[in-house]
Design a protein around this ligand. Structure first.
Ligand code: ASP
Ligand code: CP
Length: 329
């Protein structure tokens, strides 16, 4: 697949994909369950091309004239701004609804009506919403593609794609790796999506969390059926020396019904340089961000700390996804 004419200093020629045959054209992305290993290989190839193009020329016109509606019912720094940057780097534009209280949602407009309104003005909608299944519901009503930017404690599929891209960039193919997820595995939508995505590979998964924040038994069962070894721990000490990728998450304060329960577990884990003394030299330390104390800033210069690179990879992956669902890759 050649997206770009690589002749230096020449305006890139980006052949359009065949809109009628591209399998992703017009498709919504609501769950990582939609992806096969071949799909992932393809997405990451396109993401690489996007990265190369951004490094060479910055912005190009693959999606010129296309409009993205960014509909965010929950706060976001990375997802909202990286989708905006992705669309603008591809020559398209964005309708930002980052604070729904200033939209007609505040008057009581339903999600299906809000999405059907926005798709009149745009070609693709990115939706973040506090309820599990919100993106699937929106996709059911929408005629244009809806991309799940996080549905409550459900999934965050584009984050998992960028997480996997990060693992591959930093460590190579995931086969044979031990990935340890730590923190709020109950409410963390990023780990729900990432564990499912990793189950397409030959990996070992460790889950480290307080008792009340365990990974759901439903997800564990789903992954178990794929033959992936999984182990649960209360402390990081035991699985750390074998870990190739340590994926740290924030305790999701906003998902707790009882603030006292949150107080009990909020500082459960803090990764410091001392913690990593027993970790592998080549271990990759990831976090979807924002962090609220789970990883000490003293680690930011450690070559294993990949969380800022992880954010940047996200823009290339989102550029690839936008091009795909809009029939241009
Ligand atoms: N930003 C990620 C999410 O929206 C992780 C987090 O908020 O802790 O799921
Ligand atoms: N990782 C992530 O989704 O970040 P935001 O919540 O800032 O979008």
């Amino acid at each position: 697949m050649i997206l770009a004419d690589k002749t230096p200093n020449q305006t890139p020629h980006l052949p359009l994909g065949d809109q009628r045959t591209s399998p992703w054209y017009g498709k919504s992305i609501v769950s990582v369950k939609q992806f096969s290993r071949d799909d992932l290989t393809y997405i990451f190839e396109v993401a690489h091309e996007m990265r190369e193009m951004v490094e060479r020329i910055g912005t190009f016109d693959l999606l010129k004239g296309k409009i993205l509606a960014n509909l965010f019912y929950e706060p976001s720094t990375r997802t909202a701004s990286s989708f905006t940057a992705a669309m603008e780097r591809l020559g398209g534009s964005v309708i930002p609804i980052n604070e729904v209280k200033y939209s007609s949602v505040a008057k009581g407009e339903s999600l299906p009506d809000t999405v059907r309104s926005l798709e009149c003005y745009s070609d693709v909608v990115v939706l973040r919403h506090p309820e599990i299944g919100a993106s699937a519901l929106a996709a059911k009503y929408a005629r244009k593609p809806v991309i799940n930017g996080g549905d409550g404690a459900g999934e965050h599929p584009t984050q998992a794609l960028l997480d996997l891209f990060t693992i591959i960039e930093e460590h190579g193919q995931p086969d044979g790796l031990t990935i340890t997820m730590l923190g709020d595995l109950k409410h963390g939508r990023t780990v729900h999506s990432l564990s499912r995505l990793l189950s397409l590979y030959d990996v070992r998964l460790n889950y480290v969390s307080p008792e009340i924040l365990r990974m759901s038994s439903e997800i564990i069962k789903e992954i178990d059926e794929k033959g992936i070894p999984q182990s649960e721990y209360n402390e990081l000490e035991e699985p750390l020396p074998e870990t190739d990728v340590l994926y740290v998450t924030r305790v999701q304060k906003e998902r707790f019904d009882d603030p006292e329960e949150y107080e009990k577990v909020k500082g459960a884990y803090v990764i410091t340089p001392a913690t990593l003394e027993s970790a592998k030299e080549a271990m990759v330390l990831m976090h979807p961000l924002p962090r609220v104390g789970e990883i000490s800033m003293e680690l930011d210069d450690d070559p294993r700390a990949a969380y800022f690179r992880q954010m940047e990879y996200g823009m290339y992956v989102r550029m690839a996804l936008l091009a795909m669902v809009l029939g241009k890759a």
